[in-house]
Design a protein around this ligand. Structure first.
Ligand code: NAD
Length: 274
């Protein structure tokens, strides 16, 4: 169903790799709501080719950009404004990668060159992106910028590894930059802290199957899907949330405020009686 919430709004969507990606589902929903956008991803992700299919479906153009490169971001933002015919109303940062996670290195045995790489891609890229948008004055007043986070930024999830620290840093950047963007340009900056979601990045985390079903059993409303996240993002891009900023917003079926649930207790007690 469409409510035309984003009619006439223009933006950039980072991070659609395949149809499981949260950014992919968000692009579909933004398009449905009348928004137009440029799709972007790292040049290496482009080679997989799927993004063009999404572009065709949503009348979008694709511009490759490594989100850690200021040069690429400069070019992306200039070209996007040219294609879309003016300043931007929304930007989605849906990017995450840890080399330590990818290569199975434990949190207590990190390769710190890999730690720096993952930090740059997953967290500092958000600062680089906002700094480039800010310096170019590329956002319209009352625009909205969203990045995606996970609650390992606040609580311990051992296998989430250095991504936990990256997400804490990402959320901090949202608050710090959000202040300047709000004060000077009337632009909102928020993070959405999303349930575990079966995507390429999500499934790369050790023990993912265990913690997605644990979260499902702990959450009174169950896990939020990629489409739920897309819907929440649409609301944050819309004019209905004009003064929501500097927030980390949980889209997790209630998980973040739970201690324990009947479903988890039942499983635990069942195991004890065996
Ligand atoms: N899947 C989950 O369980 C979950 C939960 C909470 C938050 N998140 C966050 O959601 C966001 C999107 O991830 P997803 O789950 O849709 O997985 P995904 O693998 O589909 O998306 C991650 C994207 O990051 C892109 N990327 C990596 N390095 C890049 C670079 N240098 N420049 C530009 N793009 C780059 C990848 O190409 C990919 O498109 C991430 O920030 C992730 O941490 C995911």
């Amino acid at each position: 169903m469409s409510y035309n919430l984003l009619k006439g709004k223009k933006g950039i969507i980072f991070g659609a790799l395949d149809e499981n990606s949260i950014a992919w589902q968000t692009a579909l929903r933004v398009h449905q709501e009348g928004g137009s956008f440029v799709l972007t991803n790292a040049p290496v992700a482009m080679r997989m080719g799927a993004i063009q299919q999404l572009a065709d479906q949503t009348n979008a153009q694709v511009i490759p950009a490594d989100a850690t490169s200021i040069e690429d971001l400069d070019k992306l933002i200039d070209e996007s404004m040219e294609i879309l015919g003016g300043k931007l109303d929304f930007v989605l940062h849906s990017i995450g990668m840890s080399v330590n996670v990818r290569k199975g290195r434990a949190y207590t045995d990190q390769n710190h060159d890999w730690t720096s790489k993952g930090w740059d891609v997953s967290a500092v890229s958000f600062h680089k992106l906002m700094q480039t948008l800010y310096k170019k004055d590329a956002m319209n007043e009352w625009g909205s910028i969203v990045a995606l986070s996970y609650m390992a930024a606040q609580r311990v999830f051992p296998d989430y590894n250095d991504m936990a620290d990256n997400k804490a840093y990402l959320e901090s950047i949202a608050r710090s930059f959000g202040y300047f963007f709000g004060r000077d340009k009337k632009v909102r900056v928020n993070t959405i802290s999303q349930s575990p979601t079966p995507t390429t990045a999500g499934k790369g985390v050790k023990g993912f199957d265990g913690f997605i079903s644990y979260a499902e059993k702990m959450s009174p409303l169950g896990n939020a899907t990629a489409m739920d996240c897309a819907n929440y993002t649409v609301s944050l891009f819309s004019d209905l949330t004009k003064r929501v900023t500097l927030q980390n917003l949980y889209n997790d079926g209630g998980f973040s405020n739970m201690g324990v649930s009947d479903a988890v207790m039942d499983l635990f007690e069942q195991q004890q009686s065996e």
